[in-house]
Design a protein around this ligand. Structure first.
Ligand SMILES: Cc1cc2cn([C@H]3C[C@H](O)[C@@H](CO)O3)c(=O)nc2[nH]1
Length: 223
């Protein structure tokens, strides 16, 4: 049944590098009772029937990169297709940014051609056949040096071997996709925010973003 104001669901995906402030930004949306807020299912990736697949991927990306990304794809697809009667859904990352991480593994030769082919076929099927309507992408754009410091401070144990060089690579793929628009097609309008700012300065950015989502929802929805 359509949500209470009889308009179709409006979906926002928050994208950005590791440490770009997505979770903090996303948590602000939880204050709205008309939004389904879906954080990245990292806890699932850390415990796949007792296996910490995130840790294994970072320790041995050649051996576990493909398996990890295929599980990420499944868990993201589950979130994209999660039904709600609420008018808004806000997700942390997406099957689109999953493709960015796969692209980076391709660029850095972590994946064999056959692994890339299978992951891309899965991705293509998701895009063609699954209902993953996206209406707005919010890109928390950062510099690799800034997110490197934040990542070190946050000290997620699986990331303790992540280098600044890796963050530069992930940044470049996100920038090619969402800023330079020179990589994959962009499935929705993009709002680029300067996420190098402090948490308090980001609150103002968040407020602007939240207001423009509500005010421009009708305009932003592409029929
Ligand atoms: C869609 C998608 C999210 C995602 C996260 N990650 C990693 C980056 C961080 O270290 C951790 C949580 O975002 O998982 C990844 O390697 N590949 C991914 N693909």
């Amino acid at each position: 049944s359509p949500n209470k104001n009889c308009k179709r669901l409006f979906t926002v995906c928050i994208e950005g590098n590791i440490g770009s402030g997505k979770t903090t930004f996303l948590n602000n949306f939880k204050a709205n009772d008309n939004m389904l807020v879906l954080q990245e299912p990292v806890e699932l990736w850390r415990d796949v029937g007792g296996t910490n697949l995130l840790e294994k991927m970072y320790k041995d990306p050649v051996r576990y990169g493909c398996l990890f990304q295929s599980y990420v794809q499944l868990t993201m697809l589950q979130l994209h297709t999660q039904k709600t009667n609420l008018p808004f859904k806000v997700m942390e990352r997406s099957v689109y940014s999953a493709r960015c991480f796969i692209e980076n593994m391709k660029r850095t030769k972590m994946l064999e051609k056959v692994e890339i082919d299978i992951l891309e076929q899965w991705h293509e099927w998701c895009i063609q056949r699954a209902d993953i309507q996206t209406d707005l992408i919010v890109y928390l754009r950062t510099s690799p040096e800034v997110v490197y410091e934040r990542m070190r401070t946050r000290a997620r144990k699986e990331e303790d071997c992540v280098s600044l060089e890796y963050l530069r690579q992930v940044h470049d793929v996100h920038d090619d996709w969402l800023y330079n628009r020179s990589l994959f097609s962009v499935p929705a309008p993009v709002m680029v925010l300067d996420a190098n700012k402090s948490v308090s300065e980001m609150m103002a950015e968040f407020e602007k973003c939240r207001r423009s989502i509500f005010e421009n929802r009708d305009k932003l929805i592409m029929e």
